[in-house]
Design a protein around this ligand. Structure first.
Ligand code: GAR
Length: 190
């Protein structure tokens, strides 16, 4: 079995799509742990509803968070860590030990970097008058949204789009793309 750990900070709809894909046999994997930096995040409720192990990060500082996470994760046999709407920087202890991927709701390198997450991204795309946006899945390195790109999916930005409608379109495309990418990992194609 292919072992995943999912990091999330907010709503957790991306986590939910991974859970659903596993339940529907569209992804032959299991989620061993869900990690969140936000104790009251809805992603944790989703995890608990599916009886998944959870860990809420206690340390706020970068170095101590890295130490805490490397200790917690050492209890698991992990094939891949998926950042699914997780907003904190990943530290060197995790980067040296694990393969880590991130989903980002824009066509990187556009609209990436610190502070560029969730709805902020879609608002910036609309303000810039972009004709296309999309989702990027990339390897995680020590800089926000700068790791090697694995896959991108494009969506059209229509004149009638708002940040909300664009977000909905991108998230739909992003979830399909993520499951496809996860399947490539499971089948050792990545
Ligand atoms: C997703 O669209 C993901 O790409 C984005 O946050 C959303 C999480 O939604 N991630 C980032 O912006 C990271 N820079 P969710 O909490 O419903 O899964």
């Amino acid at each position: 079995m292919y072992h995943l750990v999912v990091f999330a900070s907010g709503n957790g709809s991306t986590l939910q799509s991974i859970i659903d894909s596993i339940d529907n046999h569209q992804l032959e994997a299991q989620i061993d742990l869900v990690v969140s930096d936000q104790a009251d995040a809805y992603c944790l409720k989703r995890a608990e509803a599916h009886h998944l192990n959870t860990h809420i990060i206690q340390n706020k500082k970068f170095e101590s968070r890295d130490i805490e996470l490397s200790e917690v994760l050492s209890n698991y046999s992990i094939d891949l860590i998926v950042l699914a709407g997780y907003l904190k920087m990943i530290g060197p202890k995790l980067l040296e030990k694990y393969t880590i991927i991130n989903t980002h709701p824009s066509l990187l390198p556009k609209f990436g970097g610190k502070g560029m997450h969730g709805m902020h991204v879609h608002e910036a795309v609309i303000s810039a008058g972009e004709k296309q946006s999309g989702a990027t899945i990339h390897f995680v390195n020590s800089e926000y949204d700068k790791g090697n790109i694995i896959s991108q999916t494009k969506v059209d930005v229509l004149p009638s789009d708002t940040a909300q409608t664009l977000s909905a379109k991108v998230q739909t495309a992003e979830k399909l793309q993520l499951i496809e990418v996860l399947n490539r990992f499971v089948h050792h194609e990545l």
